[in-house]
Every structure is written in structure tokens, then in C-alpha cells.
Design a protein around this ligand. Sequence first.
Ligand code: MN
Length: 203
Amino acid sequence: MAHTLTPLPYAHDALEPFYDKATLEIHHGKHHQTYVNNLNAALEGHPELQAKSLDALLADLNAIPETIRRKVINQGGGVWNHNLFWAVMGPNKGGAPTGKIADAIQNSFGGFDAFKAKFKENALAMFGSGWTFLLVTKSGNVEIQNWPNQECPISQGHKPVLVLDVWEHAYYLKFQNRRADWIESWWNVVNWDKVNELYAAAK
Ligand code: MN
């Protein structure tokens, strides 16, 4: 079965003014759609791989023939990472985390402000294109990690609970070269309820 574009869980203008409608339309409708199309193209002629879920594909890269492995990492990771990115944002969100993820952030980073500062430092330090994740590692630690291009942490057994897209396509229309402004704006749309849900599942 072909992979399909996951619909946005909100309207294109729902994240205004923090994330603008024009960027969201292009980002989801063009960039994300292209990863979906290219993943399907890469899997053509491989019925055993076409039968697998995206999670199953990315969690077992060794099962993918070398001839198409890099394509599946790039395109499949592009699909997966964007699915998470849309899910952890929402309208009328932002603010401070609550619940178990708030406790985890307190324990691992010494508080929300310190966490935000470290997350921002990571996101700014990402050279080139990539993603900044908050994830539960394979060994159970809560960590901030940068992953380049469309590499997906589930391929290494980690469980992402929050992610920020720092590819230029994610913010250039509105913020141009000002990645720091994009990061600051993005905190206003983080859906901590969803992050808590993912964290509970990851533990
Ligand atoms: Mn993107």
C-alpha cells in the first residue's frame, strides 16, 4: 500500500501569527508531499518493503537493500519527521509544559527556562539542514539531540517526543535568515499535551 500524506491536524492559518499560513501551505503541501511521493517511488518493485509500515521500515534499515537504503532514509525520514512536527504543534498552545514531561524537563535540564535555552542553542548550532529533537534515548534518558538532513532517531532505537524543523524551508519565507526568531516564535505553538502523550508512550 502506498504511503500517503498525513493531513494537518489544523487549518493552514491556525498557527498564525507564530507560524504563517503561506509557509505552512508550502511546507506541508509541497515539501512533505514530495517526501511521500519520493518514498513511494523508491519502494517501487519492492513489495516486501511496500507492505511494511513507515515505522517498521525506519526501525530496521538493515532489512532494506543497499541500492535503495539511502533513499528510504532520506525520503522515509522526511515523511516521519514531518508527521511528528505537525503533531507536536497546535493552535492556542505554547506556554510551559505540564504533567510528566514537565517533571522530566525539570529533572534532566533543571527547569523549563534552562531547557529552552539548551534547545535553542542546539537548534542554532545545527549546521545546514536538520532537526532538533527532545527524545527518550534507547537507554531511557531524556535528551536534546540534533539530527542532520532527514535522519530519523527511531532508526537508532530512540523515541522522539518533540521536534523542531530547522531546515530553511521551514521558516525562510517569514523569518528569512533569522533562525533564532523562528525558534522563539515556535515555542508559542508547541502542543505539550501531545508531547506528554508521546512521552507516556515512550516510557
Ligand atoms: Mn520541513
